[in-house]
Design a protein around this ligand. Structure first.
Ligand code: WAQ
Ligand code: MG
Length: 647
């Protein structure tokens, strides 16, 4: 039998000698979740918009599981009202006409006087007497939760609707109560409700003016003194789990949910901001008027700012205009596209190539075109989001193997014995900078008759002789069935591509929805990529210069005690805590270095890191300087936040 606990949290602070309530919450949870809920509720208490508490009370209490009452959530409907007058009129009408309470108008008028208490008023619907024993505090309903959250784990956000439907359902089933009226005393929350077993939970979208602190709650009672004791005992003592609580349906709530999600991310150090670049791409960036060493760009070879590529773009716009005018299968195939596909095939040593509008689109389009419900996809646990999304769209069964662990891939293959499917991996992993064990991956895919696919987004132009990628790096005569790459990182332009057999590319031209149902890239974008390939052919030493720079940076970090390694131009600097990563990135920016704090959900929680991307156009001196400052700031931050204070 599952063991349940009731958890209650209250946070307050003292203002002018008076305790001021900040936030409160209660939940019913399973025993194994107590720790997680303690953390979530504390997080909510400590990061509340109303301010920082100086007192937080967290109480856990075991419940007798056999005594928990399970009640079906009241059905929900929403009535739109444009003004408080309209909303209150609707509430009155329901009370009078649907619930048959003749004093409806006078009861609704009492509502504003029944607020700003910890609890609710109990009003005798016939005599209008207020029956709650403590009229300053009201009657507080407690020991209730929705079953989902008791089963599923914590959310630390307050959700007005969720809490209200749970409370409303419990109240609707309380003995001798006919129902309930409620207006929130949250000044920003103008939606309130009227609820009973007969009419369900009826939301009214406007019951007060925005900004008004007026709110209140009335329980509608009919009975004698003994009945009242029974009602109160039920409200205060009976544990209730509400089953089948629906999501909030009203238009005002759909925005509130987004707001709450962002606030939660903010509190957890997970909210992102856009960084506006004020100059063309290069080893030094300009942000908010300041020059910063650029360590977060995919412009590995510096080609995005190369004059030859810019010239190619200008020329192509002159010849072709600005847009491709249609999808590839209609009017959107210009000579530039065809020429680029041939040159990419040559670059990778394959029969053919096919263009996509981005690397993301390429992954999603290719995987979903090649695989379906009958396939099984074997995917590295650290594969890029676009591979994951491709697998989802394919609706195939996905087997995730441990990161770059070919032993684990083999075990999975042996166990699952797939008839059809795909083995897919990043070539260079975007958050760790390490490289796939391609020879073993290919051997296993062949042995099991599966397609093999690698995503060379961070490998093209970076690894292998002349930047030709992973297969060339390992000196393989035959590469993967599907080699995917991007034009927008080392190649300095925009777009994605796939190289492989002619059969593969023909199939994709006929089946890949991300190829068929979109306007193709501008001819100028194709011309830019062709220029990049020309530069790479003429200067095969560019990737070597990049590799030498990476080595300088990594060795300097290591000399300062930072354990890091890479097989590409991506250098991960482990940090762990999300907030520390954000703090450090901000600090480094102050000191003139731009790099990114990589956090959940891009990497696992607790594995936040700084991620530096090195460019061939950095100078070794810049890189030594940066590595030294990074090491210094990491050290200072640990001293400030991990060591007990000496004072
Ligand atoms: N038991 C009894 N009364 C309570 C309780 C409780 N557990 N919690 C709050 N109250 C009283 C309190 O004294 C306030 O004056 C009044 O209810 C309103 O409380 O579908 O947020 O917490 O989106 O401001 C309605 C959601 C939200 C409508 C209601 O109430 C919807 C809300 P608040
Ligand atoms: Mg409230």
């Amino acid at each position: 039998m599952k063991r349940f606990f009731s958890v209650k949290m209250r946070a307050s602070r003292t203002v002018d000698g008076e305790p001021q309530h900040i936030s409160g919450a209660e939940k019913i949870i399973q025993e194994e979740d107590t720790f997680r809920f303690a953390t979530a509720l504390l997080d909510r208490a400590l990061h509340h918009a109303k301010g920082r508490p100086d007192f937080v009370n967290l109480k856990f209490e075991r419940l007798d599981a056999t005594r928990i009452l399970r009640l079906p959530a009241l059905p929900v409907r929403t009535l739109a009202a444009d003004s408080p007058a309209e909303g209150l009129a609707k509430m009155t009408e329901i009370l009078r006409d649907q619930m048959g309470i003749s004093n409806a108008e006078r009861i609704v008028a009492m509502l504003p006087q029944c607020g700003n208490m910890r609890g609710a008023a109990i009003v005798d619907v016939d005599s209008l007497a207020r029956l709650e024993p403590d009229q300053r505090r009201g009657v507080r309903v407690t020991y209730m939760d929705d079953e989902e959250s008791a089963e599923k784990g914590p959310s630390n956000a307050k959700n007005h609707f969720l809490e209200a439907i749970v409370l409303g359902t419990k109240v609707a089933y309380a003995p001798h109560l006919l129902g309930e009226l409620c207006i929130s005393d949250d000044p920003d929350y103008v939606t309130g409700y009227i609820a009973s077993r007969g009419i369900g939970y009826c939301r009214i979208t406007c019951l007060k003016d925005k900004g008004s602190p007026v709110g209140g709650r009335i329980f509608l009672f009919r009975g004698n003194a003994g009945d009242l004791r029974e009602t109160i005992a039920f409200l205060e003592k009976q544990p209730v789990l509400v089953i089948g609580v629906p999501g909030a349906p009203s238009p005002s709530d759909r925005w509130r949910r987004l707001q709450e999600e962002l606030e939660r991310m903010e509190a957890n150090g997970l909210r992102r901001q856009l960084l506006v670049q004020e100059e063309a791409a290069g080893p030094v960036a300009c942000v908010e008027g300041r020059k910063l060493l650029m360590l977060t760009s995919n412009n590995y070879l510096g080609l995005a700012g190369d004059a030859r590529l810019a010239e190619a773009a200008r020329g192509a716009v002159g010849n072709w205009g600005t847009g491709s005018t249609g999808s590839r299968l209609l009017s959107g195939t210009q000579r530039e596209h065809v020429a680029l596909e041939a040159e990419l095939a040559q670059f990778k040593g394959t029969e053919d190539a096919i263009l996509f509008n981005s690397g993301y689109v390429a992954n999603v389009a290719v995987i979903s075109a090649l695989c379906g419900r009958e396939d099984i996809i074997f995917s590295d646990e650290l594969n890029h989001a676009s591979i994951i999304d491709g697998c989802r769209l394919a609706r195939s069964r996905v087997v995730i193997y441990r990161h770059n662990d070919m032993g684990d891939l083999e075990r999975n293959l042996r166990e699952v014995r797939p008839n059809r499917g795909l083995v897919v991996s990043d070539a260079v992993f975007s958050m760790d900078g390490d490289m796939v064990d391609l020879p073993r991956l290919l051997a296993l895919s062949r042995q099991y008759g599966l397609f093999s696919m690698i995503d060379e987004a961070h490998a093209t132009g970076v690894v292998g002789p002349g930047g030709r990628g992973t297969a060339a790096r390992f000196g393989l005569a035959e590469g993967p069935d599907i080699t995917l790459g991007t034009l927008s990182k080392a190649l300095g332009g925009e777009g994605g591509f796939v190289c492989g057999r002619r059969l593969l590319c023909d199939y994709l031209r006929n089946r890949a929805r991300g190829f068929i149902f979109t306007t193709s890239m501008a001819p100028a974008a194709a011309a830019v990529a062709r220029a990049a390939l020309r530069v790479l052919r003429k200067s095969p030493e560019l990737p070597q210069r990049l590799a030498a720079n990476v080595q300088v940076f990594v060795e300097t970090l290591r000399a300062h005690g930072i354990a890091t390694a890479t097989q590409s131009a991506i250098v991960p600097i482990p940090v762990g805590d999300e907030r520390r990563a954000v703090r450090l990135a901000a600090k480094l920016r102050e000191r003139g270095i731009l790099l990114s704090a990589i956090r959940y959900p891009t990497v696992a929680l607790g594995q936040a890191r700084l991620r530096a991307s090195i460019m061939a156009t950095h100078s070794p001196k810049e890189l030594r300087w940066a590595a030294q400052i990074i090491a210094e700031e990491l050290c200072l931050d640990m001293a400030r936040h991990d060591l007990p204070s000496l004072s």
